[in-house]
Design a protein around this ligand. Structure first.
Ligand code: NDP
Length: 241
């Protein structure tokens, strides 16, 4: 078996228009798969991908996006639920709305997407689900009660899918990135960025491509016996958690 896909598969990546999702899309294209990405804004994904518009907080828009991707590429065989957001605020100041919005996007949005592709995976008795969580799911983070809760919930989804559907050739895993250089982290204050950097054993932030390669591995035949796992890509930041 090789690291490259043996046969081109139909892959769907949410939030593939920028950041980590875009790098993941590029990696699957490089491996020869048929890749569709969702974009909320309509901003195109990388070369070689099909861009479908979807807001993952809206079930109807997801229905339409999955339908369009499947019409072009066939039933989804690999799902990467990557789209996500932050809305940081210390607990005392965090509103109910902020908590609900972040959970609705990161956690419920991933559930909505999984629900829309799982039937065809069950029919095929083959499927790969990779949920993009975060190191803070297990480490916690001040100002991120909403975000950490939403990302920790993804583990419950992956492990329950593994128990429900593991015998049907479907794997579900979680990737837990640390600090990756994207728009999401560029917007953090400089002193906070320096503070994070001082805690990372690798002594640097990661490139999105480093998350992409691990994600593609978990979706490959080489990872056929890995399910319900949390795979850190964090330069050692979350060690011991
Ligand atoms: P970016 O902010 O760069 O990109 C976020 C992506 O998610 C965009 O494509 C955005 O679409 C999409 N998105 C957000 N909300 C929605 C929505 N409601 N419906 C559809 N799409 C949506 O983030 P990153 O690339 O940095 O992060 C990607 C994932 O990795 C996220 O889940 C994030 O939590 C996680 N992560 C990131 C880390 C980092 O250090 N960067 C660390 C750990 C985890 P649009 O362009 O339309 O806004």
């Amino acid at each position: 078996m090789s690291l490259e896909s043996t046969e081109p598969r139909s892959v769907l990546i949410t939030g593939g228009n920028r950041g980590i999702g875009r790098a993941i899309a590029e990696e699957f294209v490089r491996r020869g798969d048929r890749v569709a990405i969702t974009s909320r804004s309509g901003q195109e994904g990388p070369e070689g991908t099909l861009t479908v518009t979807a807001d993952i907080t809206d079930g109807d828009s997801l229905d339409a996006a999955v339908k369009q991707a499947e019409a072009e590429h066939g039933p989804i065989e690999v799902l990467v639920a990557n789209a996500g957001m932050t809305d940081d605020q210390l607990l005392l100041r965090m509103s109910d709305e902020s908590f609900e919005k972040v959970v609705d996007t990161n956690l419920t949005g991933s559930f909505r997407t999984v629900k829309r592709v799982i039937k065809s995976m069950m029919r095929k008795k083959k499927g790969r689900i990779v949920l993009i969580s975060s190191v803070v799911a297990q480490l916690g983070s001040p100002g991120q009660v909403n975000y950490a809760a939403s990302k920790a919930g993804l583990l419950g989804i992956a492990r329950s899918i593994t128990r429900e559907l593991g015998s049907r050739g479907i794997t579900a895993n979680v990737v837990a990135p640390g600090y990756i250089a994207t728009d999401m982290t560029d917007s953090l204050p400089e002193d906070l960025q320096k503070n994070y950097l001082s805690q990372i054993p690798a002594g640097r932030f990661a490139e999105p491509a480093e998350v992409a390669r691990v994600t593609a591995f978990l979706a490959s035949d080489d990872a056929s016996y890995i399910s319900g796992a949390v795979v850190p890509v964090d330069g050692g930041l979350g060690m011991g958690h």
